[in-house]
Design a protein around this ligand. Structure first.
Ligand SMILES: Nc1ncnc2c1ncn2[C@@H]1O[C@H](COP(=O)(O)OP(=O)(O)O)[C@@H](O)[C@H]1O
Ligand SMILES: [Mg+2]
Length: 223
């Protein structure tokens, strides 16, 4: 089933009186159970692309369909609901809340998303990423790899159909980076989620199903 479809997407940033066309006529389709990597050098528009796919930034033109809904045609309130119910985000530096324990990082999201009786489920999610012994720890008591596993767990709280990861391994060494990517692969294949990861980390590409490259504003399939 198709979860994400971008059609003729372009993005122009205005910088003073200059227009910068970062992405030109991008087309992409991602199905459930598919683990896709988007590669490209720094500044090529990877984060711009992912932020649009995650309904956080409007494209200049084109359409984006998430789970059969054209998000370029809905109200801001509907957009917020789509983000809360269908999308999970993982960032490069985990972006955890410093004063919340591991388990509360997840519970906090459950409350925002109005999920009921979340405790058992959140424990299961934390167990699935190997964090069951660290529930009460705070972010500064965890390693980089553990923090990124909390970020993955947190992104799963709302059981999203689409999981988006922006350079999730960039601040990790090879071993921890591969651990994280294998985890995303397992989530994609076993839970039948569409997972899109942008990266310039070539070490991890053997774990994905498809690779697309952004170059000079254009996107082409590499594998
Ligand atoms: N809000 C913005 N306003 C103007 N230019 C931006 C903005 N965000 C990003 N850019 C520019 O767009 C280009 C792509 O940025 P980005 O999507 O962050 O690339 P990547 O994630 O691949 O490093 C860069 O040249 C960046 O400077
Ligand atoms: Mg980026």
């Amino acid at each position: 089933m198709e979860v994400l479809n971008l059609k003729n997407i372009s993005k122009i940033y205005k910088d003073g009186n200059e227009n910068i066309e970062v992405l030109k006529d991008i087309n992409l389709s991602v199905n459930s159970g598919e683990f896709v990597a988007i590669i490209g050098p720094s500044g090529s528009g990877k984060s711009t692309f992912l932020t649009m796919a995650g309904a956080l930034l409007h494209p200049t033109s084109g359409s984006i369909v998430i789970d059969k809904e054209d998000i370029t045609k809905v109200t801001d309130k509907q957009l917020t609901n789509i983000r809360l119910n269908k999308i999970g985000f993982i960032f490069q530096n985990a972006e955890l809340i410093p004063y919340l324990s591991v388990v509360d990082q997840l519970n906090f999201i459950s409350k925002i998303a109005h999920i009921k009786e979340y405790e058992t489920n959140n424990f299961k999610i934390l167990k699935s990423v190997g964090l069951e012994k660290h529930l009460k720890k705070f972010p500064n008591q965890l390693s980089g790899g553990q923090r990124q596993r909390v970020a993955i767990a947190r992104s799963l709280v709302n059981n999203p159909t689409l999981l988006l990861a922006d350079e999730p391994t960039a601040s990790l060494d090879s071993k921890r980076g591969i651990e994280i990517v294998k985890m995303l692969q397992t989530i994609s294949h076993q839970q039948n989620k569409a997972v899109v990861m942008v990266t310039h980390d070539e070490r991890i590409l053997e774990f994905v199903d498809k690779i697309y490259k952004i170059d000079d504003g254009n996107m082409t399939q590499e594998m």
